[in-house]
Design a protein around this ligand. Structure first.
Ligand SMILES: [Mn+2]
Length: 331
């Protein structure tokens, strides 16, 4: 285990741009800033994990948290009344933002532990953590951190992605953006039978890995199956599956590459033929309305590859808002 040669840094699980140059400099749409040891009365805490050293191809997701927080044309006033419901989910849920985890560039293990500690701190305080990534490696510490509070094997994980992310290793590393779901299953944090994956397509992983997933009873909805069944039916089944066997709640992980790269090009491993923007927004809102959301992350948003209109950052921002709207409607 790497210990940084800096006692002050080692004590700080969270940090602003004071410590890492690519950390966010403001809060999500201007919601109140809080400190992890003083989270206040609200139900939801936003935090960033500007980590992209688990990436196998195009990097850049370290700039995701800042881009997602800022992608909006409105005032940074922490107030966003939703047209369909009239609810301002930011105010209704008392959403606050504690900034970005002090991840250490190039250091996988210490960064992962710090992310897990920060998420566990939020979860342990009875709040719902929403983590802005970062590459998909972070879902390992994100869901692991939630499991430290809510119990190993006690909740479902609904995973939107073009890729399964169940590889054993990538470039001989167990921690990488193609392996987090395998780590969660192996550790017992989220057993295979509590996984629902939506949107898989393309040319990875190989058949042996798909067989491993089958053996672990993961529920997988590939894009071709979604086209056959219709997305509404898939979400109906996901809700049913996620509550089966007494699961306490759900963690939702959205890899932005589940959306077609024509609509969301700002990502590291684009795979054509994905969901539409409307599809993902409606799906996450429905899931957080119908299920007990214990945590969520939005990952793989890579600003250097985004379009001139910053459409991927805008979409990621709205995915967070729709998740929050669903939660607010549920109450
Ligand atoms: Mn992924």
């Amino acid at each position: 285990m790497y210990i940084p040669n800096n006692d002050r840094a080692a004590e700080i699980p969270l940090a602003s741009a004071e410590y890492i140059s690519f950390a966010s400099r403001n809060t999500f749409l201007g919601v109140p800033a809080r400190h992890p040891h003083d989270l206040g009365e609200g139900r939801v805490v936003i935090l960033g994990a500007p980590f992209d050293w688990g990436t196998s191809y195009r990097p850049g997701a370290r700039f995701g948290p800042q881009a997602i927080r800022n992608a909006d044309y409105g005032a940074m006033d922490g107030y966003r009344p939703h047209l369909p419901t009239g609810i301002d989910p930011l105010g209704h849920l008392g959403v606050v933002d504690i900034g970005d985890v002090y991840v250490v560039p190039g250091q996988l293990e210490i960064s992962i532990e710090r992310i897990a500690d920060a998420v566990a701190m939020v979860s342990g305080a009875g709040k719902v953590p929403i983590i802005l990534g970062g590459d998909h490696t972070i879902t390992w510490p994100d869901a692991w951190g939630v499991a430290r509070t809510h119990g190993f094997g006690e909740f479902a994980l609904i995973h939107f992605d073009a890729h399964a992310d169940t590889g054993y290793s990538q470039n001989d590393s167990l921690a990488a953006h193609g392996t987090p779901m395998r780590r969660l299953i192996e550790s017992g944090a989220v057993p295979g039978h509590r996984f629902v994956q939506i949107g898989l397509r393309g040319y990875w992983p190989e058949p042996e890995v798909m067989e491993w997933m089958d053996r672990h009873k993961m529920r997988v909805y590939r894009m071709d199956r979604i086209v056959d069944l219709g997305l509404d039916t898939v979400i109906d089944e996901a809700v049913e599956y996620a509550t089966a066997g007494g699961a306490k709640g759900v963690f939702i992980s959205v890899d932005i590459d589940v959306v077609d790269p024509g609509l969301a090009p700002g990502t590291g491993t684009p795979e054509p033929g994905g969901l539409g923007s409307r599809d993902i927004l409606d799906s996450v809102r429905r899931l957080s309305r119908e299920l007990n959301l214990l945590g969520a992350d939005i990952v793989e948003m890579s600003p250097p590859y985004d379009g001139r209109g910053e459409q991927t950052a805008y979409l990621a921002n709205r995915i967070v808002l729709e998740l929050l709207n669903g939660m607010a409607e549920r109450e």
